[in-house]
Design a protein around this ligand. Structure first.
Ligand SMILES: [Fe+2]
Length: 392
């Protein structure tokens, strides 16, 4: 997969038309930035933890309270992806390169710089803006074991991590994966915000609702066979003996016969495939090939948000050569829980390898879930346009 995606990057421009696009209205976008700036300005007096303002309950209370005051267009635009692509790009957040300062060399430095009065305040303001947007979309949360529990993660290339399967890598393909696939409380929706991407490095997005799989392959992949282990960003201090097999594919409850409701949980880099029988490995390999075939590769631009339905689409990143000179690609990531998207009851029995979420926001009011028919019938992404999943 690495070589093929690398070749695609070289041969083809990113096919962003494969993904739904939305525009955040100018007045709504400016309201987010203005409110974030106001909260950042006043938070300096109330921060309990000066090194991590986003852990300050008073600051979070301000964000939670005032997110509801934003124009209704913010919540409407930040609704979950509505097409079979399982992802959408939201444009329109005002952002200038000069306000964010240089790209930090790692996430730890990003956190330090965001509260350094001698540096640009843009990063902290943008963190607050990210939380306002995420709170309008659903319930933002973090992980106690990842980036010290921060609710807004910085994704930058870090020296010494070039070949990892993590957001800190660069020179290898970041394989398509479900975010935090190992955990039953993983995000329903992922928000990736682009601050800087001067070389137009492509983010990969592949939807399970665009793949073609035979019914036997589907049936094999629906059978809990292998565990998915925590990725390297959580360290290695987990108990492998706790691993439980999970299904790779399943359908949304109540829609078992509807190909437009297929969902997945997929992270090959952290799945012990050698432990499976040849039939499972073949079905899994076919799924990998299909996810590669349907892969879209948007090159995010500053101010763009990529929303990913974490049950429908897997994401990754093409390889690139880091500069480590303050101009590298820089994304911010927020995990979002959507109460209207409950998971299979069986997942509630998983222990998540001891990893705990950090969820300081009150539960978000549920949206009315989009009907499955809406998901199937959109342009260009419709599973049933090709009559595709299964049955061949
Ligand atoms: Fe990821």
């Amino acid at each position: 997969m690495k070589s093929v995606l690398s070749e695609r990057k070289a041969l083809h421009p990113p096919n962003i038309d494969d993904i739904e696009h939305r525009e955040l209205p100018g007045t709504a976008a400016q309201a987010v930035r203005d409110l974030a700036a106001e909260i950042a300005r006043t938070s300096t007096h109330s921060a309990v933890n000066a090194s991590e303002p986003l852990a300050d309950p008073a600051l979070l209370a301000q964000i939670s309270t005032h997110a509801g005051d934003l124009p209704a267009a913010v919540r409407a635009t930040l609704r979950p992806p509505a097409t079979a692509a399982g992802a959408c790009i939201v444009r329109g957040l005002p952002l200038s390169d000069s306000e964010i300062g240089p790209t930090p060399p790692d996430w730890q430095t990003a956190a330090l710089w965001s509260t350094d009065p001698g540096r640009a305040r843009g990063s902290l303001e943008l963190d607050i803006a990210m939380l306002l947007l995420a709170a309008a979309a659903g319930e933002p949360f973090g992980w106690a074991g990842q980036q010290d529990g921060r609710l807004v993660n910085n994704i930058v290339p870090a020296a010494g991590h070039e070949f990892e399967q993590s957001g800190a890598s660069s020179t290898v393909l970041l394989s398509p994966h479900t975010e935090d696939a190992f955990h039953p409380q993983r995000a329903n929706m992922l928000m990736l915000a682009c601050l800087r991407n001067p070389e137009s490095v492509g983010t990969t997005v592949s939807s399970i609702r665009r793949v073609r799989l035979t019914r036997p392959h589907q049936d094999i992949l629906r059978t809990p066979t292998l565990p998915i282990l925590p990725d390297v960003s959580y360290g290695s201090a987990f108990e492998r003996a706790e691993a439980v097999p999970v299904p790779t594919l399943w359908s949304e409850p109540g829609h078992e016969d509807d190909p437009g409701s297929l969902t997945l949980r997929f992270d090959p880099a952290y799945t012990p495939l050698d432990d499976a029988c040849p039939e499972f490995r073949e079905a899994y390999a076919q799924l990998e090939r299909e996810l590669e075939r349907v892969c879209a590769m948007p090159a995010l631009r500053p101010g763009e948000l990529l929303l990913i339905d974490n049950d429908v689409a897997v994401h990754g990143r093409v390889p690139f050569t880091p500069r480590y000179d303050g101009t590298d690609r820089w994304l911010k990531r927020v995990n979002i829980r959507l109460p209207e998207h409950p998971r299979r009851a069986a997942e509630s029995r998983e222990n998540g390898y001891g990893q705990q979420i950090v969820a300081p926001f009150p539960p978000a009011p549920p949206r009315q879930a989009a009907p499955a028919r809406e998901v199937r019938n959109e342009r260009n992404g419709a599973v049933d346009d090709r009559g595709s999943i299964g049955h061949t």
